[in-house]
Design a protein around this ligand. Structure first.
Ligand code: SAM
Length: 233
């Protein structure tokens, strides 16, 4: 089904397209149409994105745009946009720019008077905080904590944070992070959301002290969001 023609899409535009975080059905009709009609899709991992494109029979060419080649690739992408091309930017999962490459290209487009449109959709932080049961009226997205330099400073800054805090974490650092959150913030309610929207989705609710004793967390693979309640909540 297509409700827009290619001519309906403004040219010389960067379309920032959200893609699923696990379940391939979590994509909007508009995202499919835009991916079908743009001239080129800049993808974090073209092979990964091809799985999604094949599912929706999208044959648009792709080019890679990831963390380590973004400086090199940026001028060429800007040139294509300036020449009138329509470009879609996607990441491996969720919304580009949210803990993913994208920010630099978006900013460069704005600085070069290139039109930017977002096609909103999946992102891991929103379902995680909604399912947590912790306060959602105000929250702070902390993304990944710094791995080494600046990690302790960031944790110290969060000690008195009254808003709910949302962190992204990789499986091999999850336990260390939960233990450090306990050390710096004291015991609080917390939620670990794993593999959201996927077959083995799990949401664990407890406290930082309880999680810190769960050595079996180290055995769990997959993708994690950690949500911690704010001070005094
Ligand atoms: N751009 C993405 C977004 O909009 O959420 C985030 C990309 S970031 C490189 C990857 C991190 O997002 C993972 O390490 C994990 O913390 C989180 N994440 C992504 N997909 C997830 C899922 N299905 N379940 C839980 N966390 C997920």
């Amino acid at each position: 089904m297509s409700v827009v023609d290619r001519d309906d899409l403004p040219a010389a535009t960067l379309y920032v397209v959200s893609t699923p975080i696990g379940n391939l059905k979590d994509i909007t009709l508009r995202a499919i149409e835009v991916l079908q009609h743009v001239d080129l899709i800049a993808a974090e991992d073209t092979r990964h994105t091809r799985i999604l494109l094949n599912r929706y029979q999208i044959s648009t060419p792709t080019t890679s745009y990831f963390d380590f080649n973004k400086e090199k690739k940026l001028p060429a992408l800007l040139e294509k946009l300036k020449a009138g091309q329509r470009l879609a930017l996607v990441s491996d999962a969720g919304t580009p720019g949210i803990s993913d490459p994208g920010f630099k290209l978006i900013r460069a487009c704005i600085e070069n008077d290139i039109h930017v449109e977002t096609i909103p959709g999946a992102t891991a932080l929103i379902p995680a905080i909604v399912m947590s049961g912790l306060a959602t009226d105000r929250f702070t997205f902390e993304g990944f904590l710094p791995v080494k330099k600046g990690r302790k400073t960031r944790l110290e800054q969060l000690r008195d944070e009254p808003r709910t805090m949302v962190f992204y974490e990789s499986p091999h650092r999850i336990l260390r992070t939960l233990k450090q959150l306990l050390e710096f913030l004291g015991d609080r309610r917390a939620v670990v959301a794993r593999e959201l929207t996927k077959k083995f989705e799990q949401v664990y609710r407890g406290t930082l002290a309880e999680f810190s004793e769960q050595d079996n967390l180290l055995k769990l693979k997959g993708e994690f969001v950690v949500i911690v309640e704010g001070k005094g909540k």
